[in-house]
Ligand binder design. Structure first.
Ligand SMILES: C[S@@+](CC[C@H](N)C(=O)[O-])C[C@H]1O[C@@H](n2cnc3c(N)ncnc32)[C@H](O)[C@@H]1O
Length: 297
């Protein structure tokens, strides 16, 4: 299977979404600024979003078997809560986070920790100074390929990601990957539907969802799957809560962004909740272990 150096979403496309305004996101995300599916416990009230996000971070830390002194990488680190928690709570010796969002990097810079390095850099340009004990990537994989690429190109781009992670990890190292994926839909036809176009033209430009089989094909022979869960109902809940929080703070939001941006985000969060609830999209959480003797090139 081929790999490629083709790039998914450009820095400009990423910044169009993530650099809207940090204080806008602060209105409806929780204080950790996690912008991905939380990990809920049964019967937990919606008011516990922050705890559910911290639990999600701890889940990924467990997936890579984080222990003290380790070197870890977060590909697509957002506002940096995961890298900071790996160092501050899980005892990692050094954590590197990669983002293409200037606003996120600036926000993290204000919460400086000498053991944390946030780099405004694509993983495609990343050159580690030493190998990593573990790698985590949460909610970034959706940006690693573009909707207009044929299937083979998309899978080749994903394979480049897995190949890079494999090269950067120590023998036996773990990769914890969380991504949205297409679920029970006819992928070939759904791409032309208005709601899909809204997502990838107006919300997440230059991006596309993988399918479960894309990820399996792209990682085959490089990593073995240790575990896999589909937590789509947890993303339904997370999106619903974000939606309610944003709507409840409309007047504050309109002091930061215009009505068009506000309405766009409201539509996107409502639609996201719907597609997770319907099973059109899934929320995949993979635990991978590096194959130290890769089967394929
Ligand atoms: C939905 S956010 C998730 C952020 C964070 N992981 C979280 O869970 O809150 C997606 C992140 O992926 C990053 N990203 C997208 N493409 C990237 C790339 N090629 N290299 C590095 N980061 C990338 C974005 O800059 C953003 O920080």
């Amino acid at each position: 299977m081929t790999v490629t150096t083709q790039r998914g979403a450009s820095p400009e496309a990423i910044q169009q979404h993530y650099d809207v305004a940090n204080d806008f996101y602060e209105l409806w995300l929780d204080p950790t600024m996690c912008y991905s599916c939380a990990l809920w416990q049964a019967d937990e009230p919606d008011s516990m979003l922050e705890q559910a996000q911290l639990r999600k971070i701890d889940f990924h830390a467990q997936q890579i078997q984080a222990t003290s002194g380790q070197r870890v990488l977060d590909v697509g680190c957002g506002w940096g809560s995961l890298v900071r928690r790996l160092v501050e709570t899980h005892g990692a010796g050094h954590a590197t986070g990669l983002t293409l969002s200037k606003a996120q990097a600036e926000w993290s810079a204000q919460r400086h920790n000498p053991q944390v390095e946030i780099r405004l850099e694509s993983w495609l340009d990343h050159v580690p100074t030493a190998s990593y004990d573990g790698i985590i990537s949460v909610g970034a994989f959706e940006h690693f390929a573009k909707a207009e690429w044929p299937d083979a190109e998309r899978i080749a781009a994903y394979r480049t990601f897995f190949k890079s992670c494999r090269e950067w990890l120590k023998p036996g190292g773990r990769l914890s990957l969380q991504t949205i994926a297409y679920g029970n839909v006819d992928v070939a036809n759904v791409k032309d539907q208005p709601d899909t176009k809204f997502f990838f033209d107006e919300i997440f430009p230059e991006s596309v969802l993988p399918t479960l089989s894309d990820i399996i094909a792209a990682s085959d022979g490089l990593f073995e799957v240790i575990n896999l869960r589909n937590d789509r109902e947890q993303y339904y809940r997370t999106c619903q809560i974000w939606y309610r929080r944003l709507v409840a703070r409309k007047s504050e939001a309109l002091k930061i962004v215009d009505l068009e941006v506000y309405n766009r985000f409201v539509r996107y969060l409502k639609l996201s909740a719907f597609v997770f609830d319907a099973g059109y999209t899934g929320l995949l959480r993979f635990g991978f272990r590096r194959l130290d003797e890769p089967r394929t090139a």
